[in-house]
Design a protein around this ligand. Structure first.
Ligand code: DC
Length: 223
């Protein structure tokens, strides 16, 4: 049976904009499923790194995405049976994810897997193209932004809390490079979907952003 009647909220935005935290909290509040689509690109990147696949071997890259044996269990993410929740957050993996995400055949290979997350009673999906490509008919679309400085600060804090050393200048440079790649690629570039609500969280806490998204969602239910 078609699942297009199952509600979807899309939350797109640039790297380190806080969309993951906000999307997870919104999903938790509504009792909805959660899709971290960036994790699928990161899992593909990790698999590519481990198998030493060359960046110019498009066929092998798409195949790695197509045959991604992954599953999600709460906050844990598994590749085959290995818990790779931390490994996929490494900066090296994120950078490679951004590079392979520019390849249309890789994106196509992950399309069906993303659709399969739309299950009762609803889904909150976060990424870059959730509202533009994957769920263009979502009932609520949000585009979350924050200044590059605010995002670099957040990433710096996260890394230091994890005991990973970080240099602010490098983080800023990495973020700007990744933004440029995500925005300028021809296949599903990062941009706000038509009808998306824009939310700049530079000066907001995650809870304030969650409240705003829940408010918008409640409003769509009253129409
Ligand atoms: O959200 P993230 O940082 O975990 O995503 C990692 C990379 O994956 C990001 O640089 C771009 C890519 N990505 C994408 O192209 N489309 C998505 N829907 C999600 C992520």
């Amino acid at each position: 049976m078609s699942n297009t009647h199952i509600p979807v909220i899309t939350i797109d935005g640039p790297t380190a904009s806080g969309k993951g935290t906000v999307a997870q909290k919104v999903a938790q509040h509504l009792g909805f499923h959660y899709l971290d689509s960036g994790a699928l690109y990161r899992l593909t990147a990790l698999s590519v790194l481990r198998r030493n696949i060359a960046l110019d071997d498009e066929h092998a890259l798409a195949k790695a995405a197509q045959h991604l044996h992954c599953h999600f269990s709460g906050a844990h993410i598994f590749l085959a049976s290995e818990d790779v929740s931390n490994d996929i957050r490494a900066e090296e993996v994120g950078n490679l994810a951004s590079k392979i995400a520019a390849i249309p055949t890789v994106r196509q290979a992950l399309y069906g897997l993303q659709l399969s997350f739309r299950q009762h009673p609803g889904l909150v999906a976060d990424g870059r193209d959730m509202g533009t490509v994957i769920f263009p008919h979502a009932g609520l679309k949000v585009f979350l932004t924050a200044s590059v400085e605010a995002r670099a600060q957040r990433r710096y804090k996260q890394l230091i809390e994890k005991g990973v050393s970080a240099i602010m200048q490098h983080l800023l440079k990495d973020l700007m490079e990744r933004d440029a790649r995500d925005i300028n690629r021809s296949s599903a570039p990062l941009r706000a979907a038509g009808g998306a609500y824009l939310l700049d969280t530079s000066e907001m806490t995650a809870d304030e952003a969650v409240e705003q998204v829940l408010g918008w969602y409640a409003a769509t239910r009253q129409i």
